[in-house]
Write a protein that binds this ligand. Structure first.
Ligand SMILES: C=C(NCc1c(COP(=O)(O)O)cnc(C)c1O)C(=O)O
Length: 375
């Protein structure tokens, strides 16, 4: 039902751009007309990381799938829209209802954006750890935001998951059927959105030649949806999952043993339980990520490629470089990193030198006249 239309009339079938058509700058978006901003979810660009490849001596083609260029600023816009569309199709929700979701923020923004356009009331339940920037975007989109303790275990009564359930029950007690949790942790349309969308786009953008895909996991919807389609169309492609130290998503389980604090700063990835939508066996190999290297790589993507990405993008990029070296990807082979969200969510966090220095993620700049991008 959605779809941007390029206004330039195509005279004949032969003029239809092939799926591998490199859209020229003058064609892209300059004449796009959309019914709503929801049409600007999906079809994100795949960008060649030439400078970073040079910096790390990478011989294969290294690409970034820039999911931060979705309408709401993250990969989770895809599932926010798809979960609502499927619930509408199934007659489960109607405009005016409450859509409630436990989230680390980006799924919340994707849902709140869709709710704003379609006329739903949105209630987002988000752990305290998540940034003020996400909170402010959600507020601007008209969502009601409830914050929960970061340290609460997923099944504790004060976790974001339990709190969302309580709010839903209370609202339905007053007005039966008015409140719904679409639930990204169990909803099949979470991975399906990536099976149908993200994966197909990558395969088309690389003319069907994909040798490695690296994605950091939270619910696991992105990596599982992509893995299922890639294994069908590019069976030799390696699918690499990234899980932060302190989380338990990686396999084998021994990788998840650690002695340090369970807390990590990167937002959106890793959990203390295995989400239903995450089929860990679809992933060929898991790599563990740490905060310091994640933020270092995010800052390098910004500084060397002009790619204004978030912290988990650095987690995936760090592990992608490790994986490319481990598997010896050669010239002509294609590696893809999923970059889930943008710098917007972390302006007062990893983008701030003070914030980074205070947590030991970087040395204090030589002088305050030398902002981070000069050293
Ligand atoms: C689970 C949520 N986010 C997932 C996420 C991910 C992982 O995406 P998954 O498809 O959930 O595995 C990576 N990076 C960032 C910045 C994210 O926000 C959420 O926003 O509620």
């Amino acid at each position: 039902p959605h779809g941007c239309t390029y206004l330039k009339p195509l005279e004949t079938q032969s003029e239809l751009p092939s799926p591998h058509h490199h859209v020229k700058k003058e064609e892209r978006h300059s004449n796009t007309r959309c019914e709503t901003i929801l049409d600007m979810i999906g079809n994100t660009p795949l960008v060649h990381l030439k400078n970073l490849s040079q910096d790390y001596g990478i011989k294969c083609n290294l690409y970034a799938k820039c999911e931060y260029l979705n309408a709401g600023g993250s990969v989770k816009d895809r599932i926010g829209l798809r979960m609502i569309e499927e619930a509408e199709k199934a007659g489960q929700i109607k405009p005016g209802d409450y859509i409630i979701e436990p989230t680390s923020g980006n799924t919340g923004i994707g849902l709140a954006l869709t709710c704003a356009v379609k006329g739903y009331k949105c209630i987002i339940v988000m752990p305290e750890k998540m940034s003020k920037e996400k909170n402010d975007v959600l507020k601007a989109l008209g969502a009601t935001i409830i914050r929960t303790p970061t340290s609460a275990a997923f099944d504790a009564p004060n976790s974001h998951i339990s709190e969302a359930q309580r709010i839903k029950e209370r609202l339905n007690a007053e007005n039966p059927g008015c409140a719904h949790i679409l639930d990204q942790y169990t909803n099949p349309y979470n991975p399906i959105a990536h099976y149908d969308g993200t994966a197909e786009e990558i395969i088309n953008q690389l003319n069907g030649k994909v040798d490695l895909i690296v994605s950091a996991a939270g619910t696991g919807g992105t990596i599982c949806g992509i893995a299922r389609k890639i294994k069908e169309k590019c069976p030799d492609c390696k699918v690499i999952g990234v899980d932060p130290v302190g989380s338990i998503l990686a396999l084998p389980d021994q990788m998840n043993e650690f002695s340090g604090p369970g807390f990590y700063e990167v937002e959106g990835i890793g959990y203390d339980f295995i989400p239903t939508v995450l089929d860990r066996f679809h992933v060929d190999a898991w790599f563990k990520s740490i905060d310091k290297e994640s933020f270092k790589l995010s800052r390098q993507l910004i500084k060397r490629e002009g790619i204004l990405c978030g912290g988990s993008s650095g987690s995936s990029t760090y592990c992608a470089i490790e994986a490319i070296k481990k598997y010896g990807l050669k010239e002509g082979q294609n590696a893809v990193i999923i970059l889930p969200d943008s710098i917007r969510n972390y302006m007062t966090k990893f983008l701030s030198d003070e914030w980074m220095v205070a947590r030991g993620f970087m040395e204090a700049p030589i002088s305050d006249k030398d902002p981070w991008w000069t050293n």
